[in-house]
Design a protein around this ligand. Structure first.
Ligand code: F0G
Length: 379
């Protein structure tokens, strides 16, 4: 039985319908880079779940009431109160985007030559660490590498590996430990509270700040209540509060998170079609294993990028692969260290698509309108 969507669409945007020939031309124009494809040539846009959700009437109304006064604005205090309800930190600094928060906080914490240890730095996060002349070192848990197991907390950081670095010759260079919840780079998996408690104790023992990249902290908290022994009676809000208490600070891109949807349904459709996805299915996205789907392509041929382009060419679907930020490239842009896996992420904008979008094939799409009905003037 399909679930009832507890809302209706009040404002709609027509989906651009393109021909295969148009999409091939657009891929050529975009240099086969999904980020360079024009959005008005994309029928189903699964590039990101960040800032792509449909806004509610309340969100629209509150944005009209936003207070833009230069200092002491009412909106700031409202924001601060909402944040303080969750985090115990003294300073709350709104900035325009998560990557800006990274620049501000890491700039205060990291010196050139220092190391940032993480369960996985997101691509902008890695770039911000490296721009400061520091090293971003990923230490995900071993379970993360088994894409088909149903381990509940594959987002965890490898605490023993962190201890190994801290107690080894590089120990004095560690400037921060950064735990990304949920772990976007390795399949959107959650981090358990027991893993956070362990890494918190290690960080405090060594006097190293523990920072959360809390872009999807609410999803993480909700998954903890569903999967971690000892937490089924906790509210996600209380789990989130506890997570922030275990850390010394956090950056959070608040353009995501806070709403859930049916990623499991899309994953089931893919499985029925014989396509492997990373298990367990995340909330913000479904991650497709391009490495096993396209075994004839070598890592140097970037199977994830190839699959992204094929999805666009055949279905007008835009998404992206991870090898460009997880692999290591030389100065000629040749892949020299292959990523541990080649994943394509189908990120799900919240409240935008419904099951009809997951269940139809381009063959059943409406024919191209004779006069494209796309601009506000003709709508
Ligand atoms: N950290 C994580 C885990 C993220 O997923 C992102 C952005 C950021 C930091 C940076 O935040 O975009 O507000 O500057 N992730 C988006 C994505 C872009 O599609 O996963 P931002």
């Amino acid at each position: 039985m399909p679930h009832l969507r507890p809302f209706v669409a009040a404002v709609v945007r027509p989906i651009p319908i393109t021909t295969r020939e148009e999409r091939i031309a657009e891929l050529d124009r975009a240099g086969h880079n999904p980020f360079s494809i024009r959005a008005d040539k994309v029928s189903i846009d699964l590039l990101s779940d960040s800032g792509t959700g449909a806004v509610s009437v309340d969100q629209q109304a509150w944005s009209q009431r936003a207070d833009e006064r230069y200092a002491g604005a009412e909106s700031y205090y409202r924001f601060q109160d909402a944040v303080r309800d969750l985090v115990p930190y003294q300073h709350v600094l709104p900035v325009h985007q998560g990557r800006a928060a990274e620049r501000v906080l890491f700039g205060a914490l990291l010196e050139p030559g220092q190391i940032s240890l993480s369960n996985m730095h997101f691509d902008t996060t890695r770039a911000d660490v490296e721009l400061l002349g520091a090293e971003a070192r990923d230490l995900p848990s071993a379970e993360a590498f088994d894409l088909s197991s149903d381990e509940p907390f594959k987002g965890n950081i490898d605490v023993d590996a962190v201890k190994g670095v801290l107690d080894g010759p590089d120990g004095h260079r560690v400037g921060q430990i950064l735990v990304t919840i949920t772990n976007n780079g390795v399949g959107g998996h959650p981090v358990s509270m027991s893993n956070l408690a362990e890494i918190s104790a290690v960080a405090r023992e060594h006097g190293v700040p523990l920072i959360l990249d809390a872009a999807r902290f609410a999803e993480n908290a909700w998954l903890v209540t569903r999967r971690e022994p000892g937490y089924p009676d906790w509210s996600p809000r209380d789990v989130a509060r506890r997570a922030f208490e275990l850390a010394d600070g956090a950056v959070a891109s608040l353009k995501k998170d806070g709403l859930s949807h049916d990623a499991a349904f899309l994953a089931e459709r893919l499985h029925a079609a014989g396509v492997q996805t990373v298990r367990p299915t995340a909330l913000n996205a479904v991650y497709v294993n391009a490495g096993t789907l396209l075994p004839h392509l070598k890592p140097q041929e970037l199977p994830d990028q190839a699959l992204s382009c094929a999805l666009y060419r055949e279905g007008g679907i835009r998404c992206s692969g991870g090898s460009l930020f997880m692999g290591v490239f030389d100065e000629n842009n040749e892949l020299v260290v292959a990523p541990p896996f080649e994943l394509v992420r189908l990120a799900l904008p919240r409240r935008v698509y419904d099951r009809s979008h997951w269940s139809t094939s381009p063959r059943s799409w409406p024919a191209l309108p004779k006069t494209p009905n796309r601009s506000p003037a003709t709508a």
